[in-house]
Write a protein that binds this ligand. Structure first.
Ligand code: ATP
Ligand code: MG
Length: 404
């Protein structure tokens, strides 16, 4: 029996006139994910995508597709001709291979309204056949297994296992963002959240050559490889930050150093936006988690940015963020024992209620000079989940990439 993966999307169904654009981006993303295993092309059928696999094992495809934003759920299915007997026989066959005494129901859906049987009729026929063949009990309310039959235009799909997708929107449908990645637990989760909403995200890391071991850079590389799983590839800009940190330590009072330090990050990040054609920033800030994340301090910090700062973790608890980091695969890398480059700046008594005018008055160093030097010294790398690639080789692997 030929196999296929039936892929259902959620929210793009709501996009009205732009629907074709979202569907095309999802199709591209599915083909790209499948291509990592074998070059296969998915096709559209009545508001769902199908990826034909011949007699190949669907498992690696399912794993890959579960990381594609825009998919609500997916199912490994067997394909039958458009014929009720064939559909019933396939359901019975799957039921025979299933758990022997488990309750079940059959759930047919007719995308093709010309098919002679209604879904209710097919449910009854297939249900009766399964009972006759296996003696398994029917349970319409809470069955242990549901056998689904999706009746399409030219063929039908029969399956009993559904997997949840990532949800969200297809990569490249929402524009670009620059994520400030520290190497900690929070910022990669924040970047992932925006990827899931269809944004193409690049990373920006401020690196202190002296204060931290080179482990931090390796950690950032690894985080980007994990994040690349969700959008094909991930670009990372590494900004030299050590001269500026030294200057801040010398000229800014200890309680406000972190605030000035983060304001400088945004000033430099503004300079990087055009390189990415990005429209805003992402940070891992979570309200009240550390001193720099009080509402008053964030107001002063974000005031240094001209573009919007998106903070998808703002309302989340640390435990929720950690759970998500584990799910997406960044946690193990984030907890590697290298401090991020600003931990040493945290004073015993940090400011928690900064005032903008007061902080501005502390920025007496050559702001413009430091910003220009940092931007000029920035090094860019590109990652796929397998490792670093040269920018041109990586280009083909990314969603929505326009030629430069
Ligand atoms: P994280 O776990 O992401 O490091 P955190 O709770 O430790 O966050 P902070 O260290 O105050 O919080 O950083 C807040 C946010 O500022 C981070 O989520 C990240 O977006 C950004 N940030 C901090 N340090 C850096 C850095 N060295 N390079 C880039 N961005 C940074
Ligand atoms: Mg941190």
């Amino acid at each position: 029996m030929p196999r296929t993966v039936v892929i259902h999307y959620g929210e793009i169904g709501l996009k009205g006139k732009n629907r074709w654009f979202f569907e095309r981006k999802l199709l591209e993303a599915v083909d790209r994910a499948a291509a990592r295993i074998a070059p296969r092309r998915a096709g559209w059928e009545h508001g769902r995508l199908v990826l034909d696999l011949g007699d190949e094992d669907p498992a690696p495809y399912l794993d890959a597709l579960q990381r594609v934003p825009g998919i609500a759920w997916l199912a490994p299915a067997e394909v039958t001709p458009l014929d009720a007997d064939a559909m019933v026989a396939t359901v019975v066959d799957q039921a025979r291979r299933g758990p022997p005494d488990a309750s079940f129901r059959v759930e047919a859906r007719r995308a093709n309204k010309k098919f002679p049987l209604t879904s209710v009729e097919l449910n009854r026929q297939a249900g009766a056949a399964v009972v006759a063949a296996t003696r398994r009990p029917v349970d319409l309310e809470e069955p242990a297994v549901t056998y689904s039959v999706e009746i399409g235009e030219k063929r039908a799909y029969v399956y009993s296992e559904r997997r949840r997708g990532l949800g969200g929107l297809p990569t490249g449908t929402a524009g670009r963002l620059l994520a400030l990645l520290s190497g900690g637990i929070d910022s990669p989760v924040a970047a992932f959240r925006m990827m899931r909403r269809g944004c193409l995200v690049a990373g920006l890391h401020f690196f202190n050559e002296t204060a931290t071991s080179h482990g931090v850079r390796d950690k950032l590389d690894r985080l980007c490889r994990v994040l690349a799983r969700y959008q094909g590839r991930m670009r990372l800009h590494v900004v030299p930050f050590e001269p500026l940190q030294r200057e801040i330590v010398m000229t800014v009072p200890a309680p406000c150093r972190m605030i000035v330090y983060r304001r400088m990050m945004f000033r430099i990040a503004e300079r990087m936006l055009p390189r990415e054609r990005a429209l805003g920033f992402v940070t891992g800030d979570s309200i009240g988690q550390v001193a720099s994340q009080t509402l008053r301090n964030l107001r002063v910090i974000y005031a240094a940015a001209e573009h919007p700062v998106y903070t998808p973790l703002a309302g989340m608890d640390k435990t929720e963020i950690v759970d998500e980091a584990r799910r997406i695969g960044t946690f193990e890398v984030s907890i590697l024992p290298y401090g991020d480059c600003c931990s040493f700046l945290v004073p015993a008594h940090p400011e928690t209620a900064a005032r903008l005018a007061a902080v501005e008055a502390m920025e007496r160093f050559d702001v413009e000079g430091f910003v220009a030097a940092a931007a000029a010294g920035t090094v860019t790398k590109v990652f796929t989940e397998d490792g670093e690639v040269t920018p041109s080789a990586g280009r083909a692997a990314v969603a929505g990439e326009a030629p430069e």
